[in-house]
Design a protein around this ligand. Structure first.
Ligand SMILES: [Zn+2]
Length: 317
C-alpha cells in the first residue's frame, strides 16, 4: 500500500541533526486580504462553479505526522514508556505548527499509542494498550512483525472466528447462500492455475460463508484484520498451483459440511483449512510457528489452553 511519504531531510531524526533544516510551514493561517467569494445569484444560478484548490496541505501533512510518529512507536524506535519529544521539538522536526502536532498526538492517544498527562508530558503507551483493531496500528504492526507473531495471531483469530461462523452458516445458510458458495467453488476450481487470481476469489468464498452465518460482528473483525494481513507479502507468500489445489479441497470440504447442515463438521473443516493453508505458506523462522507449536503442546498440557495445541495439529503440517 502506498502511503504519502514525508519530505526527506527534516524528518530524518526528530530533534536530531535533520531538525536543523528550516521548517516549511504549510499550515500557517491565511494571509489577510484573501479574496472573498461574493457571488451574484442571478449570474450563478444553475451553473456548476469550478472547484478551487482546497486547503488540503495541512490535513495531508497532519496525516503524515501521525503516520510517521505511529511508525516510530510501533517499530520501537520510540520505545514503550519513553517520553515523546516535546511539542516545540516535533514542530521543528516536521515543520508544522503546534496545532498540527497537537492534533496528531490526540489521534495517537485515541489509537492507544500514547498517554497524555497534563503537566507531565506525553509518554509512549505500553504495547498492551495499543488498539490493534485500528487499521493504521495493525498495518504498522504487521509491517514491523519480523518474528511473524502478529501474523500468527491474526491467523489464530481468523481460525477461531471463521470456524464459529462456518458453524453458524451450517444452521443459517439459505439455498441462495449455498448456491453462491457453489458458484465460487466452481470459479476457484477454474483459477487453480492462476494463483494471483485465485487468492482474490478465495477471499470472496470466505466472505460468502461469513455472510451466511449472520454474525456481522465476527465478520467485521475478520475483515478488518484480514485486510491488513493480506497487504503483507509475508502473509501471502508465493502461492503455487499445487497450493491452490490443496486450498480448494479445503473449500469443498467446508461447503459440503455447511450444505449437510453439520455445524461441528463445518467448524472443523474451516479451522483445518485456515491453519493448514497458513502453515504451508508461512515463511520458516527460527522463532516461528513450528517451534511455538511444539512449545505450545507442552504449554497447553500445563494450562489447559487449546491455542497452541491447535497450532500444532496435524492439519497444520
Ligand atoms: Zn480459503
Amino acid at each position: 500500500m502506498m502511503q504519502p511519504q514525508p519530505a526527506p531531510g527534516n524528518l530524518a531524526g526528530i530533534g536530531g541533526p535533520g531538525a536543523a533544516h528550516p521548517p516549511r510551514r504549510w499550515d500557517e493561517p491565511q494571509a489577510p486580504g484573501r479574496r472573498a467569494f461574493v457571488t451574484d445569484p442571478h449570474r450563478t444560478a444553475g451553473r456548476t462553479p469550478p472547484l478551487g484548490p482546497w486547503p488540503k496541505r495541512p490535513a495531508r501533512l497532519g496525516a503524515v505526522v501521525v503516520r510517521e510518529l505511529l511508525d516510530r512507536v510501533v517499530s520501537g524506535e520510540l520505545p514503550q514508556l519513553s517520553t515523546l519529544p516535546t511539542e516545540p521539538v516535533l514542530c521543528e522536526a516536521f515543520g508544522v505548527s503546534r496545532t498540527v502536532v497537537r492534533e496528531a498526538v490526540k489521534l495517537l492517544e485515541e489509537k492507544g499509542l500514547v498517554h497524555v498527562k497534563q503537566g507531565q508530558g506525553t509518554t509512549i503507551a505500553p504495547q498492551d494498550d495499543w488498539n490493534l483493531l485500528d487499521p493504521m496500528v495493525l498495518e504498522a504492526s504487521v509491517r514491523h512483525d519480523h518474528q511473524l507473531r502478529m501474523l500468527d495471531d491474526i491467523v489464530d483469530v481468523r481460525r477461531v472466528l471463521e470456524a464459529q461462523m462456518a458453524r453458524q452458516a451450517a444452521t443459517n445458510a439459505t439455498d441462495q447462500d449455498l448456491a453462491g458458495m457453489r458458484r465460487l467453488i466452481g470459479k476457484l476450481t477454474e483459477e487453480i492455475a492462476t494463483p494471483g487470481v485465485y487468492i482474490l476469489t478465495d477471499v470472496d468464498f470466505h466472505d460468502a460463508v461469513m455472510r451466511a452465518s449472520g454474525n456481522r460482528l465476527a465478520r467485521a473483525v475478520v475483515r478488518t484484520i484480514h485486510t491488513e494481513a493480506r497487504a503483507s507479502t509475508r502473509y501471502n507468500g508465493q502461492p503455487r498451483s499445487s497450493d491452490c489445489a490443496a486450498s480448494n479441497a479445503g473449500h469443498i470440504a467446508i461447503y459440503e459440511r455447511i450444505a449437510a447442515h453439520d455445524p461441528d463438521g463445518a467448524a472443523q473443516a474451516m479451522s483445518e483449512h485456515i491453519l493448514g493453508s497458513w502453515m504451508s505458506r508461512r515463511p520458516p523462522h527460527p522463532g516461528g510457528a513450528a517451534n511455538r507449536a511444539a512449545q505450545g503442546a507442552a504449554a497447553a498440557a500445563e494450562d489447559g489452553g487449546d491455542r497452541d495445541a491447535a497450532a500444532g495439529s496435524p492439519a497444520g503440517r
